[in-house]
Write a protein that binds this ligand. Sequence first.
Ligand SMILES: C[S@@+](CC[C@H](N)C(=O)[O-])C[C@H]1O[C@@H](n2cnc3c(N)ncnc32)[C@H](O)[C@@H]1O
Length: 342
Amino acid sequence: MSDELPRPPRRKRYAGKNPRKFEDKYKEHDPARYRDTVAKVLASGKTPAGAHIPILVAESLAALALKPGMTGVDATLGYGGHSLQILQNISPGGRLIGLDVDPLELPKTEARIRASGYDDSRFQAHRSNYAGIARAMTDHQLNAVDFVFADLGCSSMQIDDPARGFSFKVKGPLDMRMNPDRGLSAADWLAKVSMEKLAAALLQNSDEPRAETIASAIAGGRFPSTLELAQAIRESVRISDEDERERTVRRVFQAVRIAVNEEFTALDAFLRAVPTCLNPGGRIAILTFHSGEDRRVKQAFKAGVLEGIYAAASDSPITAAPEERRMNPRSTSAKLRWAIRA
Ligand SMILES: C[S@@+](CC[C@H](N)C(=O)[O-])C[C@H]1O[C@@H](n2cnc3c(N)ncnc32)[C@H](O)[C@@H]1O
């Protein structure tokens, strides 16, 4: 028997010098083997295919005031970027539970964290909606923890993979579910939704100024692919400014994604549950990416301080410094807020 590492499978041929499609970027998908390629992609301000660059890491760790031996929950495990940093800061002796609804990415992230040296006594991955954080903690024999962290929305792995159907820039099935085992795909949701319900979703989920016009054009429509929906949105608004037209498509995709994944229902339930999950003096820090999320977090923390549930909360959100925005444009809209359990 040979001791050699198994050779990677022979790659498929792609047109041109460099791979352009997500699935062809085999080097970026294997950062352990192709470190130089991944470093080059990162230096150019892009996210390597199949990865996610964690946002506001130092600021999140500071907001959580982590110490060795602490126990906590990362409610949105994703690629595990924040979790790995949290684990370093609570070691030795700490313990972290990582939640995520995504059944496709969760096992990969769990394997990555195990490969970094954290065994079952230090880290456990748990497939759960963060709305059910209290139940998930009970499953791990935890009544209350020292910190809870959440980094809301989708990961880059989800957005960039055409097969998941989140991006209006590449062709894929119009799915958008973070948990493809549950609920309706975006295509099925749009085929059933009423014009009124869709207009309300566009307004509430992404402050879309042309909500009614767009809703009357696409509600009840059949859009099997991401590109077909994007084109229908463009045609519905007839905006001559190309940038504003693309921003409109982006906002509609965001609103549909939020509706399909019932993101605000989950966030509201999570914000209600978190105080019961924290030890006195325990901390919650949440990263949001648009006004609908940020409003909810801000109001929940403010109300919590007034009711004496939280001893303190951040006054204004912490945002990414220019250098981080340049290196990772996805950090531009991020806002970090924290609160301390009374
Ligand atoms: C922005 S990513 C987190 C990235 C992570 N902090 C990192 O550094 O890799 C958000 C993650 O939250 C997950 N997610 C979204 N809504 C969720 C929910 N209601 N419950 C649990 N996980 C959720 C998504 O599947 C995604 O993996």
